[in-house]
Structures are given as structure tokens and as C-alpha cells.
Design a protein around this ligand. Structure first.
Ligand SMILES: Cc1cc2nc3c(=O)[nH]c(=O)nc-3n(C[C@H](O)[C@H](O)[C@H](O)COP(=O)(O)OP(=O)(O)OC[C@H]3O[C@@H](n4cnc5c(N)ncnc54)[C@H](O)[C@@H]3O)c2cc1C
Length: 401
């Protein structure tokens, strides 16, 4: 870990962070803020986009709403981290290099992998070809253009998880002329307490969303979807929100991955197979006492900060601490003026307490808008980023491996 790269008289430890999403950018700001002015550590953040992708708002982008321009190099200003724009095409874990745009190579001593995940369109026939996704701002814009052109007709939202619910509600509210059908195996809000779940379903009803739970989509077709049992649900557009697929890069690099392709980490967020690689956010399979963590923004940002702190500790020859995280809420927007916030135990199970209506909508907006001020604050006072819910007894007794 204490590898140093020698350039002339100076020795520099090169940290390369892949992905400027919620997790990777948190790692870069935290680490960059703590090494400003140091010659012995160089931090480089790589992402395909110079504009930060606010994934939490992609259902808004998909209905033509304008999102704020958050510029990654500007967010890094004042820190010791530099930005490289490019598409990561390969990681060579033996040579410790990252290939960018298939033409440049970036060497590293420590790698932080935070390239996130996308909806899994590969598992279902026709989804790659015919379904829209919320995988990137570009994909959301393609759907927005389609919806704007439609005027009337039917939109099928496949997947009744939280992304599907938020998207269905947003489309129904922004495009009242469209029929929105939400299809999924489970009732929307099934993981919430009965009050929150009932509120969520009645809000979908109020917005005119037709919910069909307990169904299995077998195929996406040019004109709709086919369900198990052979029923054809006609649609002018199908939005696929189900499953999460991680890039094949880590597996191709020979890193230990789980069945979903996520990098398996030890308690300190280091790859169990490659000690100089850390994994954060949706691309990491991070085990807590309650199980492998579900990818969210609320957990992704702390994982990035933790990786930054672990790297600094390792550079100082100290033992990195285990990452402990406990969930605290699930905020779900139901259009622009309504929402439900389910408060949770650290293991993500629902508590009795929830918020609904306009108060919940304000809460949700505050949470969604909070990453930027968090990073700005972290630049001035890095320790401010190191506070999150550790999960108490739900995560205690985790030893660094
Ligand atoms: C519509 C929607 C609503 C959501 N709402 C919530 C919510 O309310 N609360 C919540 O906690 N979570 C929510 N999520 C989930 C949340 O967005 C993710 O858990 C979070 O974005 C994960 O952060 P990350 O940093 O791991 O990955 P991401 O935020 O996805 O960032 C990955 C970054 O890597 C870049 N990248 C990917 N591949 C490459 C490559 N090969 N080369 C270069 N760059 C690359 C991307 O451009 C991106 O900037 C929502 C997701 C969606 C789609």
C-alpha cells in the first residue's frame, strides 16, 4: 500500500478514482481536500462526463424537466484532485493501469472503483433493443423526447421498485394525456410499513397510474411487453427499471466479484483479491452484519468518504478502520408535490414512522439537493463529511480483515 512512484526527485503515490458519481466524487473531494498542496499524493478522478449525473433526478430529466448544471471540475476546485474526462475501457490489475477511451493509459498505485451500476436490460429478451432506461442523462433525454412527441398513448413502466414508482408518478403528473401502466412482481411500496405503502399506492391511483402487481414480464416487444401466461400489454414506450447490472470491467480484470459482478470488499472496502483496489457505491458488494448493502446514494457517499480515509490511514502506515453504515430512510417522490418518506432501522427494515404529502416532498427535495452543499462543506472542512449513521448494534464487531 505504501507504494511510491518516483519522478525525478519527487515520490508520488498515485490514487485513481473511477467514476464521479455520488460515491466516487465523495471519495475525490474527501481525499483531495486532505492532500491539497501535498506532492507525495496525486489524486485523479475519471468520468465519462464533465457534468455530474444527478441519478436521483433522472426520472425528472425523463419528463423534460431541466436539471441544474453541476460541473465536476468546478466541484473539485480548491482540492488536490484533478479531473480526467474519458470512458474507462479496461483495468489491468496486474500492471496497475486503467485504459481510457481505448487509447490512453493511466497508472495507479491505489485504485478506487466507483463506476456504479445500470438497470439490467440484458436479462430479458427485447429489453436492450426496445426499452428505454434511466441509465444516464442521455438515456433519460431520449425518453423525454419520445414522451413529448407522443401526446397520448400508453407508457409501460416495468419494475415496481422505487425507481419504477418514482418514474411512473413523474410521467403521469407531467404527461396527463398518457396512460401509465406500472408492472411488477410486487406491490409498489411492499417493503414499507402498511401506512406508507398504502399512501404510496393511493398516490399512484390519484395520479391515474394503473398498477398491475404480481406479473412477470417475459419479453419487451416493439409495441409493448409480453407477460408470463402470454398476455400482450400494448405500449407506445416501455421504460425498464428493474435489476442492476454492473460493468464487466472488474470481472475482466480478475477482481473477485459477486454473482452480480460487484467487487467483493473486505470490511475496510478493499477488494478481497487485490489489496490496492477499493470499491465504493453501487459497484461494490459490501457486507454488513445485516447482509450485503443495497446500492443507494445515502450509503454510496459515506462509502466514498470511508475509502478516502482508509487510503490516507494506509499511507500513514495505520490500520484502516472497518466501514460501518446503517440506513435511516427511504424517501420516494410521487410527482413534484407529493412523496412518502419511510424511516428505517439500520438494516433497512421499515420503522413505524413515516412522512407523507408536502412535508415529505420537501424532505425528499432537501435530501436530493444535499450532495452539492455536502461536497462544498467537505472542501472547507473535510471532517464534516465523515459523519453518517454507523448502525449501532446492527454493524458492531466488524473487524478489519
Ligand atoms: C431515477 C432514480 C432515482 C433514484 N433515487 C434514489 C433515491 O431517492 N435515494 C437513493 O439513495 N438512491 C436513489 N437511486 C439510486 C442511486 O442513484 C444510486 O445508488 C447511486 O447513484 C450510486 O452511486 P454511485 O456513485 O455508485 O454510481 P453513479 O451515481 O451511477 O455514478 C457512476 C459514475 O460512473 C460513470 N461511469 C460509469 N461507467 C463509466 C465508464 N466506463 N467510464 C467512465 N465513467 C463511467 C458515470 O458517468 C457516473 O458518473 C436512484 C436511481 C435512479 C436511477
Amino acid at each position: 500500500m505504501n507504494t511510491r512512484h518516483t519522478t525525478g526527485a519527487a515520490t508520488t503515490h498515485r490514487v485513481v478514482i473511477l467514476g464521479a458519481g455520488y460515491a466516487g466524487l465523495s471519495a475525490a473531494v474527501q481525499l483531495g481536500a486532505r492532500v491539497t498542496g501535498r506532492e507525495d499524493v496525486r489524486v485523479t478522478l475519471v468520468d465519462a462526463q464533465e457534468r455530474f449525473t444527478e441519478r436521483l433526478r433522472l426520472h425528472m430529466a425523463a419528463t423534460g424537466q431541466r436539471l441544474a448544471e453541476l460541473n465536476i471540475p468546478e466541484l473539485l476546485e480548491g482540492t488536490g484532485a484533478q479531473f480526467v474526462r474519458g470512458w474507462v475501457t479496461a483495468v489491468d490489475a496486474d500492471a496497475k493501469t486503467v485504459r481510457i477511451d481505448d487509447e490512453r493509459e493511466l497508472p495507479y498505485d491505489t485504485l478506487v472503483y466507483g463506476l456504479g451500476g445500470v438497470a439490467d436490460t440484458t436479462a430479458l429478451p427485447g429489453a436492450e433493443e426496445h426499452a428505454y432506461t434511466l441509465n444516464s442523462t442521455g438515456d433519460a433525454k431520449v425518453l423525454a423526447d419520445r414522451l413529448a412527441r407522443l401526446g397520448s398513448g400508453t407508457v409501460v413502466v416495468a419494475g415496481s421498485g422505487l425507481t419504477g414508482v418514482e418514474a411512473a408518478a413523474e410521467i403521469a403528473e407531467q404527461h396527463p394525456g398518457l396512460n401509465v401502466v406500472l408492472l411488477g412482481r410486487q406491490d409498489p411500496g411492499a417493503a414499507m410499513n402498511p401506512k406508507a405503502g398504502t399512501y404510496l399506492r393511493s398516490a399512484l391511483q390519484r395520479l391515474g397510474v394503473e398498477v398491475r402487481a404480481g406479473v412477470e414480464v417475459l419479453k419487451v416487444l416493439p409495441d409493448g411487453v409480453e407477460l408470463a401466461g402470454g398476455e400482450h400489454v400494448a405500449a407506445d414506450a416501455v421504460l425498464w427499471t428493474s435489476g442492476t447490472r454492473v460493468s464487466p470491467l472488474p470481472a475482466a480484470a480478475g477482481l473477485a466479484v459477486d454473482e452480480r459482478g460487484r467487487i467483493v470488499t473486505d470490511a475496510t472496502l478493499r477488494s478481497v483479491s487485490h489489496r490496492e483496489v477499493y470499491a465504493v457505491g453501487d459497484a461494490a458488494a459490501i457486507r454488513q452484519r445485516y447482509g450485503v448493502m443495497r446500492g443507494t446514494c445515502q450509503s454510496g457517499m459515506p462509502s466514498g468518504v470511508h475509502a478516502a480515509l482508509a487510503i490516507l490511514r494506509a499511507l500513514e502506515g495505520k490500520r484502516p478502520k472497518p466501514f460501518r453504515f446503517g440506513y435511516y430512510h427511504t424517501p420516494v417522490s410521487l410527482g413534484r408535490h407529493d412523496a412518502v418518506v419511510q424511516f428505517t432501522r439500520p438494516d433497512d427494515t421499515p420503522r413505524r414512522f413515516c412522512l407523507t404529502g408536502r412535508t415529505a416532498a420537501r424532505y425528499k427535495e432537501t435530501v436530493t439537493a444535499s450532495p452539492r452543499p455536502t461536497w462544498v462543506r467537505m472542501k472547507k472542512m473535510p471532517s464534516s463529511g465523515a459523519f453518517w449513521r454507523r448502525g449501532g448494534r446492527f454493524t458492531r464487531n466488524r473487524e478489519a480483515q
